[in-house]
Design a protein around this ligand. Structure first.
Ligand code: CMP
Length: 169
């Protein structure tokens, strides 16, 4: 209940989710799902120390995907991207932790896998920019927008992280 109130509060005042409560939106794309990379990807963020606060498998609607990628609507690959993202299951997730937006992007690698270093998700698991396995919000503002687009407030779970004092000073 407290979490629900906090989540609604954060929709109105995004600054509520800062510091160790910062949140980001990640989605394992249909290629990552088909290639059985779901466990490996989740494992990386768990081992890093971030908290998983929401997760669902879904086949995203065209409407949702057009909204999600609205900033890219003038790009020549926009329709192709929406079609690919809707072509199979995706795993939509919200992760929480200090600087999670920026750190998740570092862990994911560059948009083009060819420019991604080994050790990053895209550097390790993919080759083609049109099949780059995972999406991660590119800013705190995008994260707020994307979380609100993909999840209802009551789908985000607040839980007490018993390892917190071993992760943060
Ligand atoms: N040149 C491109 N051709 C096809 N897809 C692209 C291209 N550039 C970016 N994208 C896709 O657009 C997506 C936008 O953000 P993502 O991190 O989800 O990953 C990106 C790629 O999947």
């Amino acid at each position: 209940m407290i979490c629900l109130v906090l989540t609604i509060f954060a929709h109105i005042f995004p600054s509520a989710w800062t510091g160790i409560n910062e949140r980001t939106f990640l989605a394992i794309k249909p290629d990552g799902y088909q290639r059985r990379l779901v466990g490996e990807i989740i494992r990386r963020f768990e081992k890093k120390g971030f908290c998983l606060v929401a997760l669902k498998i879904m086949q995203a609607s065209e409407k949702l995907l057009r909204q999600h990628y609205i900033a890219l609507q003038d790009k020549p690959f926009y329709d192709r991207l929406v079609k690919y993202m809707g072509s199979g299951p995706v795993v939509a997730m919200v992760w929480q932790g200090l600087d999670v937006v920026k750190t998740a992007r570092v862990m994911i690698g560059e948009t083009n896998p060819a420019h991604s270093l080994p050790g990053t998700i895209r550097g390790d698991f993919c080759i083609d920019v049109g099949r780059n396995v995972i999406h991660g919000s590119d800013s705190r503002e995008s994260a707020q927008r994307e979380i609100a687009l993909w999840f209802q407030p009551d789908e985000l779970v607040c839980w007490q992280d018993s390892a917190e004092r071993w992760i943060y000073e």
